[in-house]
Design a protein around this ligand. Structure first.
Ligand SMILES: NC(=O)c1ccc[n+]([C@@H]2O[C@H](COP(=O)([O-])OP(=O)(O)OC[C@H]3O[C@@H](n4cnc5c(N)ncnc54)[C@H](OP(=O)(O)O)[C@@H]3O)[C@@H](O)[C@H]2O)c1
Length: 145
């Protein structure tokens, strides 16, 4: 891991914050030891139907250590066509994408980066922050992973 090089970029003011991607817990811990500034995020694959960050300890680690977990591919893995997601979306009068995004970002230290080339989808994804999932909705969504 070439952290001395990254530390130089920060020291030279060419990089403001350091983040990593697809690191497991031991690698993230090591990067935090080597990096002269806080490692602010680890970008990993995480969505309603891909729950690896929960099973491999990454979500717990990030929440405990104050590292942002950036969830990539939040709408992949057939999340948008899952019947439970569709039912909860219909109940709230929102879209499955908004349910999938809101479920992620309601968790402490989790943010997400949905990608869209469609301006309406992009606005819809931003509006996902306004959805109010009930405890029962969340319990049902937690079980589908
Ligand atoms: N670090 C890594 O190893 C890594 C790996 C994979 C991805 N990423 C990054 O993660 C970001 C997103 O990941 P991704 O593109 O794999 O997955 P994603 O954002 O979950 O899915 C993108 C797909 O969802 C569609 N979509 C977006 N908003 C929608 C909406 N509201 N309703 C219906 N469909 C919608 C998009 O189509 P439209 O364009 O038609 O909206 C596109 O086909 C990207 O910036 C990517 O670079 C990082």
């Amino acid at each position: 891991m070439r952290f001395p090089w990254k530390n130089e970029l920060v020291a030279d003011d060419r990089v403001k914050r350091v983040g990593v991607s697809n690191f497991d817990v031991p690698l993230l811990r090591r990067s935090m030891e080597l990096c002269a500034t806080p490692v602010i995020t680890n970008q990993v694959h995480y969505n309603l139907l891909h729950r690896e960050p929960e099973t491999n300890g990454m979500l717990d680690f990030c929440q405990r250590e104050g590292v942002i977990l950036t969830a990539y591919s939040p709408l992949k893995n057939d999340v948008l066509t899952h019947p439970v997601v569709a039912r909860i979306a219909a109940h709230h009068g929102v879209t499955p994408a908004q349910i999938a995004i809101n479920w992620l970002v309601r968790q402490p230290y989790v943010i997400t980066i949905p990608k869209s080339s469609d301006i309406e989808h992009a606005q819809e994804n931003l509006d996902a922050l306004q959805v109010n999932l009930s405890d029962d909705d969340v319990a049902q969504l937690n079980r589908i992973g």
